[in-house]
Design a protein around this ligand. Structure first.
Ligand code: DON
Length: 578
């Protein structure tokens, strides 16, 4: 035997053994349960009818911007819970050439609005006034938004886009079990606000004379007529024409303060998106008057130094880091954020790495930081539900994320029977009095106080994410104050926890917003020992059967260019792709 050879042979053997042991220790990639896959286009929205109309527009050669108008208008017909002709929203886009932008068509306070319009003679807030009926309604922005988008980015004639929507309103949509359950909850309020004879009060009253059940078809010829007039006469139909006059008469009859001047003055505004980063991702978010882009960027910056993927998905340490970052970001939200046309907002500082580091300095894994000990940050020189989301990627590579709302379910519950749609109760998103929470428990300050023609602060977070300079995800959700944290967790689920789009959307979620000082968990999905460990560290846990945190709809671009739709299991949401 040649002993000289033994030594190198030993090295080689050891090397092979080490290599093998490394191999067995190497983490196996998870196998991903994908959602709807498609080569070319994907539309994900809260209703199948709307997703199909969007996909058809794309198949006819329209682009994502044409499709978004079709989807948005179809949701007015088939998803009156949130469909927003009587409301407003935000849209973030990324064109195939990489150009990005966003539009704000948020409702505005009427000219006659005053800072104390929801307070009684003792100065106490009367919650119902900002939530139900005509006084709760902000000047609707949706039609202005749709026409501004169409003018700048659309490619098909408006009348052609609206044609299938008008047909849907005439033919009717089928009421799902989910929708039926919701309608029933509100039938009595509809009756008391609108009388017994409107489409939804009569149709959905729970009584012996009940006319509509799950599975039945609802036609809305009045809405079809409104849309036909809009298709013929354009934006001015809604803001100056017959529709405007009918709307103003209706508002006045119900004790509202919106005038023709309010409608004529309304303009949608193009705004520069909030651009930030998380590791190798570029996050493109909605700027104020939505708090979504700023808060999301802040939370991402605060959690970036921590190794979430090592801690594990929904593990004790991950939940702690995310909750503590959310606590600090929402404390800042309540103080600094409001309509940018009325406030100077220190956005650059708020979303900077240095500020995030400073905000997390007092965080410890040992113990929760009580919200009572967290105030908004100090920035030198600074003085001072129901919504729906859809995501579209077209065959040209354009992507849109659009979130739109009436605020509460069916908004103010006020149904304009001669026009065929519900009106928003967005005025409740203002801070009606410092320290008094709105319907999402959010507290605001001077930056978000009521002023004539001001836009109320929003949490809506339509978001587009790039990876390595290419489109990676378009995502968003309803959920009031929980929108920001649901979008955050969905992006993290794919970026840090190796999930696909559908899995990321379906995964159990939790939420924290500074005040109230509780962490809310979706029911029956987080283990008792995990929740006990969090409680032992001082986190107050809230878990109720009725809690649903968002309904996220997103599209992920896979490395080979395939599109994966994620349609949230929590609703009737549907991905349609080809
Ligand atoms: O703009 C906002 O933040 C709220 N008006 C959104 C309301 C909402 O998401 C209700 N949906 N569940």
């Amino acid at each position: 035997m040649n002993f000289k050879l033994l030594k190198p042979l030993g090295f080689i053997l050891t090397f092979i053994l080490v290599l093998n042991s490394c191999k067995t220790e190497q983490k196996q990639p998870r196998s991903i349960q994908r959602g709807k896959l498609a080569d070319s286009i994907m539309v994900v929205s809260a209703r199948e009818e709307a997703s199909r109309i969007g996909a058809e527009i794309l198949k006819q050669g329209g682009n994502a911007f044409d499709a978004l108008i079709g989807v948005d208008m179809a949701l007015n017909v088939a998803y009156p819970f949130a469909g927003s002709l009587g409301g407003g929203g935000f849209m973030v886009y990324r064109k195939a050439n990489g150009e990005i932008g966003s539009i704000d068509y948020r409702e505005k306070a009427p000219i006659a609005a005053t800072h104390d319009m929801y307070l009684d003679e003792n100065g106490d807030a009367i919650a119902s006034l900002s939530r139900e009926g005509a006084l709760a309604v902000g000047v609707p922005g949706t039609i202005a938004g749709m026409f501004a988008i169409h003018e700048k980015l659309g490619s098909m004639p408006m009348a052609e886009i609206l044609e299938p929507v008008i047909a849907l309103a005439e033919k009717g949509y089928v009421v799902t079990e989910n929708q039926w359950n919701r309608y029933r909850n509100y039938a009595a309020v509809f009756d008391s606000i609108n009388g017994m004879e409107t489409l939804y009060s009569v149709g959905f009253r729970e009584s012996d004379s009940l006319k509509v059940k799950a599975g039945d078809t609802i036609k809305n010829p009045v809405l079809a007529a409104t849309l036909r007039r809009i298709a013929q006469n354009g934006k001015s139909e809604f803001y100056e024409g017959e529709t405007a006059q009918k709307l103003v008469n209706f508002m006045q009859k119900h004790g509202g303060i919106i005038t023709l001047e309010d409608l004529k003055n309304y303009e949608a505004v193009w705004r520069r998106p909030i651009v930030s980063s998380y590791k190798n991702l570029k996050i493109i978010g909605m700027p104020p008057p939505s708090s979504g882009g700023v808060c999301l960027a802040q939370i991402f910056k605060m959690i970036e130094p921590y190794k979430l993927s090592t801690y594990g998905h929904n593990s004790l340490k991950s939940i702690q880091v995310i909750t503590e970052a959310e606590r600090r970001a929402y404390a800042d939200r309540s103080f600094f954020l409001g309509d940018p046309d009325f406030n100077d907002i220190p956005i650059e500082t708020l979303i900077s790495t240095e500020y995030a580091t400073e905000r997390m300095e007092n965080f410890s894994f040992k113990q929760a930081t009580p919200s009572s000990e967290v105030e908004h940050g100090v920035i030198p020189g600074y003085e001072s539900m129901e919504t729906t989301h859809f995501s579209i990627v077209d065959q040209y590579g354009n992507a849109v994320a659009l979130t739109t709302t009436l605020n509460g379910a069916y908004g103010s519950k006020l149904y304009a029977d001669e026009l065929g749609f519900f009106l928003n109760n967005e005025m409740d998103d203002f801070s009606v009095k410092p320290g008094v929470p709105n319907m999402f428990g959010l507290i605001g300050a001077a930056a978000n106080k009521i002023e004539p023609q001001k836009r109320m602060l929003s949490s809506m977070t339509p978001t587009i994410v790039e990876k390595d300079g290419k489109l990676w995800m378009t995502v968003g959700t309803p959920g009031g104050s929980t929108i920001i944290t649901s979008v955050l967790q969905t992006i993290l689920n794919v970026a840090d926890f190796e999930m696909g789009m559908q899995e990321a959307v379906d995964a159990p979620r939790f939420h924290h917003q500074w005040l109230p000082d509780v962490v809310t968990f979706e029911p029956n999905t987080f283990g008792k020992s995990l929740l006990d460990s969090l409680a032992a560290k001082g986190y107050q846990i809230r878990q109720e059967n009725s809690v649903i945190l968002g309904k996220v709809d997103g599209v992920l671009v896979l490395p080979d260019g395939t599109l994966e739709g994620g349609a949230d299991r929590r609703g009737d949401d549907t991905a349609v792709g080809y």
